[in-house]
Structures are given as structure tokens and as C-alpha cells.
Design a protein around this ligand. Sequence first.
Ligand SMILES: Nc1ncnc2c1ncn2[C@@H]1O[C@H](COP(=O)(O)OP(=O)(O)OP(=O)(O)O)[C@@H](O)[C@H]1O
Ligand SMILES: [Mg+2]
Length: 242
Amino acid sequence: MLQVKGISKAFGGLMALNNVSFTVEAGEIVGLIGPNGSGKSTCFNVITGFMPETSGSVHFNGKDITHLPAHEVARRGLARTFQLVRPFPHLTTLDNVLAGCLFGHAGMVTRKTAVPHAQAVLELVGLADKKQVLARDLTVMERKWLEVARALAGRPKLLLLDEFMAGLNSAEIPQAVDLVKQLNASGITIIIVEHIIKAITNACGRVIVLNAGEKLAEGSPAEIVENPQVIAAYLGTRYADR
Ligand SMILES: Nc1ncnc2c1ncn2[C@@H]1O[C@H](COP(=O)(O)OP(=O)(O)OP(=O)(O)O)[C@@H](O)[C@H]1O
Ligand SMILES: [Mg+2]
């Protein structure tokens, strides 16, 4: 479904991504992990057309999407959440999700057809009773769920989640993992960036590890958590503490 071939991204002299390649098959939940600054968000930015790559290519459903603008990538069914959530603060929760309907894959251009779908998405993420609340009045956590809802509103085929579990408490994390599995079961292929390793090992069938802009390892969660290079570069104490 997704082929990332040799993407590099330079910021001045810094290679945020250096010749990274991987593929994702339809139906998978893939984890993308690595230390702070290893290039995970940059990878999402390049895939979704929010940043031009320095070199390399991205194919989605067999089509070259490397040079497409973000709204066109979204229209083809590839949605993402942002690590720093940014809802429209003066719009209600429902209207934020409706904006996502117009931006995404679904082509639901009239409010009449979009509203029931937006309400269903809010139900799914547990925000149905907040639909008339202004986004600026939501809690940080609720804004994170709204960010997921906004991405889902366009009925994506592939959803990229950038640290949407960060800041959730220990009771909320299993719920978030369940939601990811539920979305996947409904037919959405998912790539998750997350530092919460337990969430990654519970949710993902396969894990890709970035380190300093390069792909360090790729494998099943069991293989990754035992990989000495991954432990040395990233997991170390994090996994031991889990
Ligand atoms: N717009 C930008 N301009 C300049 N440098 C950037 C920009 N975005 C990212 N970088 C740099 O590129 C590198 C990779 O950053 P990126 O945000 O992709 O890391 P990350 O793996 O998502 O980290 P984190 O786990 O902290 O979110 C970092 O050194 C970062 O400072
Ligand atoms: Mg990041």
C-alpha cells in the first residue's frame, strides 16, 4: 500500500532523514520508533506532502505521490495526526471534524452528508457529548482525541498517528490501543509513532526503528525489543522500566 524508497530530508547541514526505505502492506499496524530527533515526524511530514523531500520517492496504492501537495495526498486516503495538536480553537468540536470531512478522502462536500459521519467519528473517540464545545475549551487530552477524529473524518485508508498517546494516563493507554486495533479492524492501515513501547508492542505487527535519520532495524515487536542495537540506541532503560 505504501512504498517509501530512499527518502532523505536535509535541514541545512542536518540530515533529518538519510536514505530511509520501508513498505507497509494494506491491513498492517506498523510502529515507527526511535529516539527524540531521529526523524519520525519528519518522515510523516514527507510522506504526507507537508514537507518536500530532498531525495527519494513515496508511492501510495501504486501511484507516485512524492510531489503531491498535502491536500491531494489526503484526498487519496492518507491522513495523519500532528504531534502538536492544532484544532481550530474557535470552532466547535463538531465543526473541527466537519472541516476534516471536507479535507479528506470521503468527498462529503455537503454539510448534510458530512454531519452524520462526523458524529459517528466523535462517538468512536468518545467526544460525542462535547460536540458543541469550542475546541479551545477542551482539555489537552480531548484535543488529542479530536485530532484523531479530524484525521478519521476524511475516511482514510492509511492513518499516520504521531504520538497521540503522549500524556495519556495508564488507564487511558489501553483504551487508545484498543481504539487503534478497532480502527484497523474496520479496514484502516495504520502507522504509529509512539514512545510508549508497551503500546507499540501491543498494537503493532511490525516495528521500524529510526536512529539519527537512518533506519536502524525492522522486525516483529519481539525481535525489536531484543535487538541489541535497538536497546543500545533507544530502548535501554525505557523497556527495562516498562
Ligand atoms: N522544520 C525543521 N527545521 C529544521 N530542523 C528540523 C525541522 N523539523 C525537524 N528538524 C530536525 O530534524 C531532526 C528530526 O526531527 P523530527 O521532529 O523528525 O524527530 P522525531 O523523531 O519526530 O523526534 P521526537 O520523538 O522528539 O518527536 C531533529 O534534529 C530536528 O531538530
Ligand atoms: Mg516527532
